[in-house]
Design a protein around this ligand. Structure first.
Ligand code: 4NP
Length: 164
């Protein structure tokens, strides 16, 4: 991922980087493209854990996302200290992820950059994006509903912030 000072650098973070954050990445990329703003953004995702390092997004997640027209192409990787430094917004899917990133950030590299996906939600304000890994199909649909809402809110926020 080529982060640079002229782009707005966004990374979505969940636990395994195979369900929620790859979906957030795919949805946000799609909304940014609809708005013709691809050139202004670097968009990535990562996990707090490395269990699924190198894996494609979960097949169930890809199937549900695909039905809504999103293609999930990321490969799982663990969040690293470089990410904390390079990205402008580090967006956690749930409060456990938020706490884990805070603890990992011993040097305060993410100070002022760490936020929750639900900070930008209108409909799902205040709610974690729940881990769908052990649940049924409804869980994947809920994740997508929440991420569509949050990603739209995030872009509206950034449009104002950067006068896009
Ligand atoms: P994610 O979901 O954090 O949305 O990618 C998970 C996927 C796998 C595991 C946990 C969460 N796992 O424990 O293997």
């Amino acid at each position: 991922m080529n982060t640079d000072r002229t782009s707005i650098n966004i990374i979505f973070v969940c636990t395994g980087n195979i369900c929620r954050s790859p979906s957030a990445e795919g949805i946000f990329k799609s909304i940014v493209a609809e708005n013709g703003l691809e050139d202004r953004f670097n968009i990535d995702s990562a996990g707090t854990d490395s269990y699924h390092n190198g894996e494609a997004a979960d097949s169930r997640m890809r199937k549900h996302a695909g039905k809504r027209g999103y293609s999930l192409t990321s490969r799982s990787r663990k969040l690293n200290h470089d990410d904390l430094e390079k990205f402008d917004y580090i967006i956690a899917m749930d409060y456990g992820n938020y706490q884990q990133i805070s603890r990992y950030d011993r040097k305060g590299l993410a100070d002022g950059k760490l936020c929750m996906m639900n900070d930008f939600s209108a409909v799902f304000e205040g709610l974690d994006v729940p881990d769908p890994w052990y649940g049924g199909p409804d869980g994947f649909e809920t994740v997508l509903d929440m991420l569509e809402d949050g990603c739209r809110g995030l872009l509206e926020y950034l449009k104002k912030e950067y006068e896009l």
